[in-house]
Design a protein around this ligand. Structure first.
Ligand code: 5GP
Ligand code: ZN
Length: 134
């Protein structure tokens, strides 16, 4: 199912050209136009799923396999010392394009890229509330 107003549907299908690192029947991996670091890439399923909650488990599993392969090539080819695999869901989580995608962000020593948070403290109340959900 394609969403005709979705930019990533158009990129994934090839309707809009992109710098493509990998493509198969189900996925396209492209370079991010506004990279956080050299080699920042996005794994896009060709089908439209808005987010993690919509994408079927089997598609997600195959997307992870594609991410792993491309990540290894980026790390080796660009001599990165690390890599962040990120995936945002919802505006509050920083999602700006509502077509599921995984970010592959190669990391370099002392790149000063701020993907961080201030660690909090797990309270007993939160722990018990969350544990009771499972
Ligand atoms: P999000 O914030 O939704 O997790 O990530 C969206 C990403 O898509 C951003 O990193 C942004 O730079 C990238 N992006 C947005 N529009 C385009 C586009 O038209 N082409 C490419 N290659 N990347 C895009
Ligand atoms: Zn889409």
């Amino acid at each position: 199912m394609k969403d005709c107003n979705c930019i990533f549907c158009k990129i994934a299908s090839g309707e809009i050209p992109s710098a493509t690192l990998y493509e198969d029947d189900e996925f396209r991996v492209i370079l991010d136009l506004n990279p956080a670091a050299k080699g920042h890439a996005l794994v896009l399923p060709k089908e439209h799923y808005a987010n993690l909650f919509e994408i079927p488990e089997d598609v997600l599993g195959r997307a992870a396999g594609v991410a792993k392969k491309v990540a290894a090539k980026l790390r080796e080819g660009l001599h990165a010392s690390g890599l962040n695999l990120l995936q945002n869901n919802g505006t509050s989580a920083g999602q700006t394009v509502f077509h599921f995608h995984m970010h592959l962000i190669p990391r370099y020593d002392n790149d000063a890229l701020g993907i961080a948070w201030k660690p909090g403290k797990l309270t007993d109340q939160d722990r018990d509330e969350i544990l009771s959900l499972f």
